[in-house]
Design a protein around this ligand. Structure first.
Ligand code: SAM
Ligand code: SF4
Ligand code: SF4
Length: 337
């Protein structure tokens, strides 16, 4: 399935909930997402059976990678049951299906072993600083970094490894954590990915001057630890990879703002309420839940997905400008990050 710019549908990000136990300042600032905020009622959230059916249809149509996300996916009750259902899916060409999860790590201590047993392939943990006070301030709920580190250790012990670690860099907030994170990840054998702070949603009050460009992040590490560019693992990989000149280890930078990669963007997103989005900055999605609950056959679902993907021409990050600054946008936790 190819879109209007020649991009094949390759990955599906599945949001299993819009809820989260964190209130990261760049994603769900707690002043806005307080006690009274109305998250989706349960009846509007796709059931595991509905998610698995949609995922099966996407995989039959050529999707090779499923990423379970949210909100915080591990706050969804019995998530390992869904993982087992997704792990049972098979690609029509017999190739491996990459099944992965992005989490804030807070529940990994309890769940890592069960997720592994259910057939989860890989885990990405988001971690913005090793400095406890910086981390507590960024996650918005005063959550201690030590507990996430316990979760990371539990994931390693359960057989997930190497882990990917995502760090969003925000100027003036956690730039000084770049080098300690690089040293720690290298020493412990994690693959660290620095993410430029993005203008997703509206509630984070994003400003361009808070973005630390990827080139600056690479320069900071290179000056102390020596880096050289590494080719991508596969065409269209979103992270630019850099390896340490004096031995093992690599870091990556995801430069969605300073060097957009829309031309190779092959990702679709399925929100917790069953909307299909073809861009993180899309203004609206297509209601697959309505089609599903209306009794559609697999054939009709395929037709609906094809009708969306084939006309897709999204390239928001390449067009980002003053003209796009005030456009309505959907929050990342609601669409699935
Ligand atoms: N709750 C899970 C987590 O934090 O890993 C999964 C969902 S979260 C929305 C997915 C990823 O999006 C996280 O790595 C998070 O750091 C990143 N993210 C959220 N808001 C962002 C922003 N404004 N700019 C860049 N990355 C962001
Ligand atoms: Fe929650 Fe993840 Fe958003 Fe942080 S980035 S508030 S952990 S959904
Ligand atoms: Fe893909 Fe949209 Fe991001 Fe461009 S802006 S890389 S099209 S999600």
């Amino acid at each position: 399935m190819v879109d209007r710019l020649g991009r094949r549908l390759h990955d599906l990000r599945i949001s299993v909930t819009d809820r989260c136990n964190f209130r990261c300042t760049y994603c769900m600032p707690r002043e806005i997402y307080g006690r009274d905020f109305a998250f989706l009622p349960r009846s509007e959230v796709l059931t595991f059976e509905e998610i698995a059916r949609l995922a099966r249809v996407f995989v039959a149509e050529g999707v090779e990678k499923l990423r379970v996300t949210g909100g915080e996916p591990l706050v969804r009750r019995n998530l390992p049951d869904l993982i087992a259902m997704l792990a049972a899916l098979r690609r029509p060409d017999g190739g491996p299906l990459d099944l992965t999860l992005t989490t804030n790590g807070s529940a990994l201590h309890q769940l890592a072993g069960t997720l592994r047993a259910a057939g989860l392939g890989r885990i990405t943990v988001s971690l913005d600083s090793l400095d406890d006070s910086t981390f507590r301030a960024m996650n918005g709920v005063d959550y201690p970094v030590a507990k996430v580190l316990d979760g990371i250790a539990a994931a390693r012990q359960a057989g997930f490894g190497p882990l990917k670690i995502n760090m969003v860099v925000r100027r003036g907030i956690n730039e000084t954590s770049i080098l300690p994170m690089a040293r720690w990840a290298r020493q412990d054998g994690h693959i660290l990915r620095f993410i430029e702070y993005m203008d997703v949603g509206h509630s984070n009050g994003w400003r361009l001057d808070e973005v630390v460009p990827a080139a600056e992040i690479v320069a900071i590490i290179d000056a102390q630890m020596g880096l050289e560019s590494e080719p991508p693992n596969y065409p269209g990989e979103v992270a630019d990879r850099w390896r340490y000149r004096d031995g093992d280890g690599e870091v990556g930078v995801i430069a969605s703002v300073s060097q957009p990669f829309c031309s190779t963007c092959t990702r679709a997103r399925l929100s917790a309420e069953g909307k299909l989005y073809t861009c993180l900055f899309a203004l609206d999605g297509t209601d697959l839940r309505g089609i599903l609950r209306g009794g559609a056959s697999d054939h009709e679902l395929v037709a609906a997905i094809q009708a969306v993907w084939r006309v897709r021409a999204d390239r928001y990050s390449e067009l980002r400008s003053e003209a796009t600054a005030n456009r309505p946008r959907i929050e990342m936790f609601a669409m699935g990050g």
